[in-house]
Design a protein around this ligand. Structure first.
Ligand SMILES: NC(=O)c1ccc[n+]([C@@H]2O[C@H](COP(=O)([O-])OP(=O)(O)OC[C@H]3O[C@@H](n4cnc5c(N)ncnc54)[C@H](OP(=O)(O)O)[C@@H]3O)[C@@H](O)[C@H]2O)c1
Length: 331
């Protein structure tokens, strides 16, 4: 083992709620990486954040972080509407990027982001943290073992009760609000991971007064004959589980399935097994650790979550948006 390998130096762009959790986990649970710099649009906010997370550098603009020569990789934690310009700025400055979901406002933006990563030969990944949780590896192992047979149907939901505020990230169309982009992406992610691209999708939604979706209900069918029912809402606390129904049994990913600590496997006619799954801290260290693996291997995209996956997911969300009549400003 090479003990002289330098740690990967992380930068965090934007000091909001999710950035706090990511920083907690980066500092506590990621080996071979350090939190080196943070940036906010407000220098005092960046300094407070840096102090809290024992980070040596704080900047009062995102550009300064992108230009900081010592930073290797930047985690972007701004609202969806800002991901496109933030990502292009970081890639342009030669920084690897892990950008929060939803990756962009639409496919046109995302294609440009992916093209920039390829042109510059620099790493880019969407931060779908669930993909890197041990529970997902266990889920895939069980499915691939054939224990539940072939998948017949996937049912997944994600809902929480958000206080209506037309200016907030969740309801403001200028910030690409709505349940689909904020949380509906998780049921879509799991169905895509398990079943691939759907051959058809039908979506209905309820809109908030701001015009973004508060409820979004989706029915999908897949080329192999499987189906899925997926649901997201900002108006109710739902179970937030994922049930995978197979021809021989079913697997339940416990709520909240995107950050679960357990699975229940039921083979029809046999005893039910409950498995605990590991989740360190908030659960963000796994994606950060895997980004570092990719950088060490010289990759410009993550083989476990390729850019093509994100492009197809975005296309699917855009198709759903066209069905529910959700157009974001500037489109
Ligand atoms: N992976 C997960 O589990 C998870 C969970 C929640 C959210 N997310 C994703 O993370 C991203 C951020 O969500 P969040 O809940 O952390 O949001 P948040 O608390 O509102 O933080 C977003 C930050 O973005 C910066 N920002 C830049 N331009 C902004 C603008 N025009 N309006 C508001 N803020 C702006 C601000 O940071 P400065 O003031 O410091 O510049 C703000 O604090 C979203 O993409 C969301 O989908 C992921």
């Amino acid at each position: 083992m090479n003990t002289t390998t330098k740690p990967i130096r992380w930068g965090i762009l934007a000091c909001g709620k999710i950035a706090e959790k990511f920083a907690d986990d980066l500092v506590a649970h990621v080996s071979g990486g350090v939190l080196y710099a943070v940036a906010s649009r407000n220098l005092a906010k960046a300094q407070d954040f840096a102090e809290k997370h024992h980070c040596p550098n704080a900047f009062g603009s995102y550009q300064e972080l992108a230009d900081c020569t010592e930073v290797d990789v930047i985690y972007i934690a701004t609202p969806h509407a800002q991901h496109y310009e933030n990502t292009l700025m970081c890639l342009e400055a030669g920084k690897a990027v892990l950008c929060e979901k939803a990756f962009a406002v639409n496919s046109v933006q995302l294609e440009e982001m992916v093209a920039k990563s390829r042109e510059k030969n620099i790493f880019l990944q969407e931060a779908i943290w669930t993909r890197f949780h041990p529970s997902i590896a266990q889920t895939l192992e069980i499915i691939n073992s054939g224990k539940i047979g072939s998948i017949v149907h996937v049912a997944a939901d994600f809902g929480f009760l958000a206080q209506y505020d037309e200016k907030s990230r969740l309801f403001n169309p200028e910030l690409t609000g709505g349940s689909l982009y904020d949380i509906g992406i998780y049921p879509l992610f799991i169905s895509k991971l398990l079943l691939g691209n759907p051959s058809s999708v039908k979506a209905v939604a309820t809109m908030a007064p701001t015009g973004v979706d508060t409820n979004c209900s989706m029915a999908l069918s897949f080329p192999n004959g499987a189906t899925a029912t997926l649901f997201s809402t900002l108006g109710a606390v739902t179970d937030t589980t994922c049930t995978i129904y197979g021809s021989k049994g079913k697997l339940l990913i416990h709520g909240r399935f995107h950050e679960t600590k357990g699975l229940t496997l039921e083979i029809y006619g046999e005893k039910t097994h409950v498995f605990e799954t590991e989740r360190l801290g908030w659960g963000y260290s796994y994606e950060a650790q895997d980004v570092q693996r990719c950088l060490a291997e010289g990759r410009i995209e993550n083989d476990k979550l390729p850019l093509q996956f994100s492009l197809e997911l975005m296309e699917l969300m855009c198709e759903i948006r066209s069905q529910i009549g959700l157009v974001y400003p500037g489109e």
